[in-house]
Design a protein around this ligand. Structure first.
Ligand SMILES: [Zn+2]
Length: 424
């Protein structure tokens, strides 16, 4: 095959190559040039850049559909540049920014600004969602067609639910007409505003902390599945926290409703029993960690592919903000740099899903949701490529993060599997 002039060719040698687009698993070499996979050049260039992937997994870079980059307005916690760098470090080649910045991403100009800053950040491709409603206030549907024309790839008011059924119906109808998905932070605002800080259950009573009942999630999941059915909108339920949500989503999928859903590393790993009331930087997020039974159902939901997408809900907060106690600290934990290893450990190492299904949940499944070409290891597919060492064990040290924030659920936790490098 003919090479573009002066293009450096990289070869990734002898990794176990997992191609989620074809389902093939084989030990072989992968050649890259000019940001894409190429066939083996003949003759091989003399200045070939070689990378050894022996005993490692080789796969397309991960796609994270749920990332808070905090810019504009929250740059003390993260910027588009530092968030993209954290993603790159974690083996994530594409991220979707959430629009709950200050100001929120509800105008075409703001969409363009995020995308322009993303293009300047090195490595990871930054895509952005835009608001469903103006100001994320839930009153008036945002100018969805203009936001889409500016490059928004999905719509969400993430951080809160659109409380009005009527506004949500019109927003989902608008998204359906544009062929773009709605990403849904499913949580009844009225219940949310009662001040809960963790799952309402035996543990919250023990700790004397106000709880968020599971009904807050279930009622909105149920409503929005119904709206997806009537509007034809592709609905994606973010960060599922309740076992009963998994049942509702599975039943809807079975009757052909266009609904997908995601599980986060922290909801797969922890439950409310882990909360001691003193580490909001690790255990306070929204929706909250729920019961051990909920966690079990979420794990099963991933195994059954009801929750077909893995996503971090990377939510950076400054040390100062997170040091205000469990009642007052803001919700959210970072996740980009630990996502691959944490999900590999809890899902693949524990024998719940195959390594191929794990790769699909991070690559082809999110690509389908976002209407992107399917990530693959075939020639002409897009780099970067992740080299992942499935045997390496490491202890998470949040002081070492590339992210500007340190609020990591996996602080001092031993994980198995390491995203060695993204090659492009
Ligand atoms: Zn959310």
């Amino acid at each position: 095959m003919k090479l573009p002039q002066q293009e450096i060719v990289t070869v990734i040698r002898q990794g176990l190559c997992l191609d989620p687009a074809t389902g093939s698993e084989a030990i072989r070499d992968i050649y890259l040039a000019g940001g894409q996979i190429i066939e083996r050049p003949n003759p091989l260039p003399s200045d070939l850049h070689e990378m050894d992937a022996t005993d490692c997994l080789v796969m397309p870079a991960l796609i994270d559909v749920h990332v808070h980059l905090r810019e504009p307005g929250g740059e003390a916690a993260e910027t588009i540049e530092t968030g993209a760098a954290a993603a790159w470090r974690g083996g994530v080649g594409t991220i979707v920014a959430m629009p709950n910045t200050q100001p929120p991403i509800d105008t075409p100009e703001r969409v363009e600004r995020v995308l322009a800053a993303g293009r300047k950040a090195t490595g990871t491709r930054v895509l952005t969602s835009a608001c469903l409603t103006i100001g994320r206030e839930g009153q008036e549907v945002a100018p969805l067609a203009e936001l889409a024309a500016a490059g928004a790839i999905a719509f969400t008011d993430d951080g809160c639910t659109v409380q009005s059924d009527d506004v949500m119906r019109r927003a989902m109808g608008g998204a359906a007409a544009l062929g773009l998905p709605v990403m849904d932070h499913a949580q009844d605002r009225i219940m949310e505003l009662q001040g809960g800080v963790m799952h309402a259950g035996a543990r919250s009573q023990q700790l004397g902390l106000p709880g968020i009942p599971e009904e807050a999630e279930l009622s909105i999941v149920e409503r929005d599945i119904h709206l997806a059915e009537s509007t034809g909108c592709a609905l994606h339920i973010q960060h599922v926290s309740c076992g009963k949500s998994v049942d509702l989503i599975a039943a809807a999928q079975q009757r052909g409703v266009r609904v997908t859903a995601e599980a986060t590393p922290h909801h797969l790993w922890y439950c409310d029993d882990d909360i001691d009331g003193e580490q909001p930087e690790r255990f306070k997020m929204n929706p909250p960690l729920r019961s051990a039974m909920d966690r079990e159902r979420i794990r099963q939901g991933v195994a059954e592919k009801t929750l077909g997408i893995l996503a971090t809900d990377h939510a950076p907060h400054t040390h100062a903000a997170k040091s205000t106690g469990f009642l007052n600290a803001p919700f959210g934990v970072i996740g980009l740099e630990t996502a691959a290893a944490a999900t590999f450990t809890v899902l693949v190492k524990e024998g719940l899903i195959s390594r191929m299904d794990w790769v699909k949940a991070w690559t082809t499944a999110p690509a389908q949701l976002l209407n992107l070409p399917l990530p693959s290891l075939q020639p002409n597919s897009r780099a970067p490529i992740l080299i992942f060492d499935p045997r390496r064990e490491w202890i998470v040290d949040p002081q070492q993060t590339v992210s500007r924030s340190r609020n990591c659920s996996f602080n001092k936790v031993k994980l198995t599997g390491y995203p060695c490098i993204l090659a492009d």
